[in-house]
Design a protein around this ligand. Structure first.
Ligand SMILES: [Zn+2]
Length: 401
């Protein structure tokens, strides 16, 4: 390489004592020698204006930052400490980063992932820089270590990276590490809204579509990034967050440095939760069918009992959570399992009334509330707003203001 240039790349530089970004040389060229174990791709970038900043984590891992130091990259100076904090959360929830270094390199046309490195453009607001940095870093898990075929399963690549990015950003916001950014009240709210728009757009294609063969870029992008991430959010709705987190760790340890596919992932989740998910896979991954549940009718049975009828309007069956708020301020949660799942969600942090399973072919379900009608203030389906119900307007009935 022309001696004026500083080189950044995938892997470990083996001759940094002789050749580096700050060492002057009288020679016209320099030879840079990098080594990367167990990678399936690599990147290198060169710029005469790069500065090379090194941040050493307490566990000895090295974070490299290569960028042009000017007013447009002011926020890059804040990145090392934020990434260090993010990595503590990431490694705990998604598995350890197994290499000794990772490099953030200014370059490219947005953000692009590579093994042990990423190319990111400069001139970004702090929240944008942090968001893209964490997204690309998460590809070290989803696509690099868990080397799924990204053309065949873009939703496992972009989707899982987007899910982990979101969870990590929420963690950083809760720690107040991104100024002026607050964590969301409703998790993945904007993703669920974006998915609804896609589902109603008429151009949605199913997640089995090869990345190159989506008819529109809109359908590709929303299926891969948004619906892909919501796969894990729907599994949280079905099975609880703890099961999904444990599944992602089990998936990591079972399949890292291998090439898992979608069935390998679902099998891990099924075993963690002791349920069957073939029906969910068929509707969510292989079809574009949608979820829409609604409160149908509510009436008084006698002075102690009320009957609630719930309707499945669209074809996609899901278990149902129903919150009944009483006039004296109690919230009672009912859980209706879906028979196809052959098991139930475990509610670890709340009390729940288990109901008989909903037989999936039936469009209606009657729930006996054992609460007098006049004592009910409101009834809400999907009270945590996690379900991808495409019409939430029919999910609630308010009886008393
Ligand atoms: Zn990505």
């Amino acid at each position: 390489m022309d001696a004026k240039y500083c080189v950044a790349a995938t892997g470990y530089q083996l001759n940094s004592d002789e050749v580096n970004c700050s060492l002057p040389t009288t020679r016209s060229t320099k030879k840079w020698h990098f080594f990367a174990p167990k990678v399936h791709d690599f990147v290198w970038a060169a710029d005469p204006d790069y500065v090379h900043k090194v941040y050493t984590r307490t566990n000895g891992q090295i974070l490299n930052f290569y960028y042009q130091e000017n007013e447009k990259t002011e926020n890059w100076k804040l990145l090392p400490k934020i990434i260090d904090t993010a990595l503590v959360f990431i490694e705990k929830n998604f598995g350890p980063y197994p290499y000794k270094s990772y490099s953030f390199i200014q370059g490219g046309d947005g953000g692009m992932e590579y093994p042990m490195a990423t190319l990111i453009t400069g001139n970004r607001k702090l929240n944008s820089l942090v968001g893209v940095s964490i997204h690309e870093l998460m590809h070290s898990w989803y696509q690099m270590l868990l080397a799924t075929d990204e053309a065949e399963f873009p939703w496992m690549d972009e989707g899982f990276a987007s899910y982990a990015e979101y969870e990590t950003e929420q963690h950083l916001k809760r720690l107040n590490l991104i100024p002026e950014e607050k964590p969301d009240d409703i998790q993945f709210k904007s993703s669920i809204e974006a998915y609804r728009k896609l589902a109603l757009s008429g151009v949605e294609e199913n997640l089995k579509t090869h990345a190159d063969h989506y008819h529109t870029n809109y359908a590709y992008g929303n299926a891969s990034y948004v619906k892909g991430a919501l796969t894990l959010v729907q599994l949280e709705y079905l099975l609880g967050k703890e099961v999904v987190r444990n599944s992602l760790l089990e998936y990591y340890w079972t399949w890292r440095f291998k090439h898992p596919d979608d069935v390998d992932f679902f099998r891990i989740v099924e075993k963690q939760a002791n349920v069957e998910l073939d029906w969910f896979y068929e509707y969510w991954i292989e079809s574009t069918k949608t979820v829409d549940y609604a409160i149908d009718t509510i009436y008084k049975v006698d002075k102690n009992e009320t009957l609630l009828s719930i309707e499945r309007i669209d074809l996609f069956p899901m278990p149902m959570e129903v919150n009944v708020e009483t006039i004296d301020g109690q919230n009672i949660l009912y859980y209706i399992p879906l028979d196809l799942m052959r098991g139930s969600k475990k509610f670890v942090d709340k009390k729940v009334i288990q109901c008989k399973p909903w037989h999936w072919v039936k469009t209606n379900y009657s729930l006996n509330l054992e609460i007098p009608l006049h004592k009910i203030k409101a009834i809400t389906l999907d009270p945590t707003n996690q379900l991808v119900d495409i019409d939430p307007s029919n999910n609630q009935i308010i009886l008393k203001e």
